[in-house]
Design a protein around this ligand. Structure first.
Ligand SMILES: *Cc1c(COP(=O)(O)O)cnc(C)c1O
Length: 381
């Protein structure tokens, strides 16, 4: 099926989220793409290029989502994967044995775990950097094969000077991969800032309802797109059709959810910073936050993830998690429901993340209800 690509390029992201990846307009046709459950396609003899053959290789239910996400990221090629980690591995896994990778010390912990595994098995050198320190990142790029950037980082919310880092990577022939899960394409478009590849955990904001695990790669480079598709086919890192359809349905309201979640996060950050039970709040919306000026210059909005350190250490943080009634104690983020967790409960979390740091993912509920629940939980501790 060919989808409606005849959109004026001047459409705003909100309109792209709603209109991209629709079936062609025809009398009596559906407004949403169908979900096709079929592992194989009728095929006699030799198939023509682009013809569907077998679902591990390609299936039409992936295409509308891939087109819509590519359009939102301002990229040419979208490739959906069975998880965010599958997308990360497809984008960075080409690093040769003995090669070097640059990564923020506070990147997503499983991405760091994967790179550590490459270090052990293939002698890959993993250069962990403070991504907010541009000079340090640029110095680490010399002789590297790939930089996997995050901004803001998970869970410390450091903000990188992406244009500077991506330009330096390009000059040195280092492949740049930006994990845009936290910012979403509404917050920043890394390809326009100079990245070679964008990766997403679609599980989070893009799908947005905590009901699927999915990932995606977006790139302008046709060879890179072909390589990650081949990776997906060979490793079987494919998503199911129903999950991708749900992700497209979620994507239709991305702008509304992100707008509300960002507003909730900024308001909660402001109030938490003045709460007597709170020692520190990290959120780029706060004028005192180290990432504030950079985020204000480079991003649209400040994101909806907050770092909160209550007085009283890890035990107090655990007690807050135990005392909330509306906020959901759970890992993951980017759903309509607000969630929180203490990150260092995971033995694999970076040791430079404070023991008492709570990561809050603000959802789209009423901000007064969210505040009342946090306030009672903090006061109970
Ligand atoms: C969750 C997450 C991932 C991993 O995605 P999955 O869909 O869980 O495999 C990668 N990067 C970031 C920033 C994440 O938050």
């Amino acid at each position: 099926m060919t989808h409606d690509r005849n959109r004026p390029s001047s459409l705003s992201p909100a309109t792209v989220a709603v209109s991209a990846g629709r079936p062609p307009r025809q009398q009596g046709g559906p407004v949403n793409p169908p979900v096709v459950f079929s592992s194989t396609y009728v095929n006699q003899g030799v198939s023509a290029p682009g013809e569907l053959l077998y679902t591990r290789m390609d299936t039409e239910t992936w295409h509308p989502f891939e087109e819509a996400l590519a359009a939102l990221e301002g990229g040419e090629h979208g490739v959906v994967f069975g998880s965010g980690m599958a997308a990360v591995v497809a984008a960075v896994g080409h690093v040769p044995a003995g090669g070097a990778v640059v990564v923020p010390r506070h990147a997503y912990q499983v991405s760091l775990g994967y790179l550590d595994d490459l270090a052990k098995r293939q002698g890959v050198e993993v250069r962990r950097v403070d991504v907010a320190d541009t000079a340090q990142v640029v110095a680490a790029l010399d002789g590297a094969h790939v930089v996997l950037a995050e901004s803001p980082t998970n869970p410390m919310l450091e903000v990188a000077d992406l244009p500077a880092i991506l330009a330096a990577a390009r000059e040195r022939g280092v492949r740049s991969v930006v994990d845009n899960t936290f910012a979403t394409p509404l917050g920043q478009q890394p390809l326009a800032l100079g990245a070679d590849v964008v990766v997403h955990s679609v599980t989070k904001y893009l799908a947005g309802h905590s009901d699927v695990v999915l990932g995606a790669v977006v790139t302008d480079d046709p060879q890179l797109a072909a390589d990650v598709r081949a990776y997906r086919t060979m490793h079987g890192a494919i998503p199911g059709p129903m999950e991708v359809w749900l992700a497209l349905r979620g994507l239709r309201t991305l702008h509304l959810r992100v707008e509300r979640a960002n507003a909730n996060a900024a308001e909660l950050a402001r109030r938490l910073a003045e709460h007597p039970a709170v020692a520190e709040v990290r959120h780029p919306s706060l004028p005192a936050d180290p990432g504030h000026e950079r985020a204000a210059r480079l991003m649209h909005g400040f994101g909806a993830i907050l770092g909160v350190r209550p007085h009283g250490g890890a035990a107090a943080a655990d007690a807050v998690v135990a005392a909330v009634r509306l906020w959901v104690p759970a890992t993951s983020l980017g759903g309509v429901e607000s969630t929180l967790e203490r990150r260092r409960r995971f033995a694999t979390e970076s040791v430079t993340v404070p023991e008492d740091l709570l990561r809050l993912s603000a959802g789209v509920e009423d901000v007064e209800d969210l505040w009342a629940d946090l306030d009672q939980a903090l006061r109970a501790v």
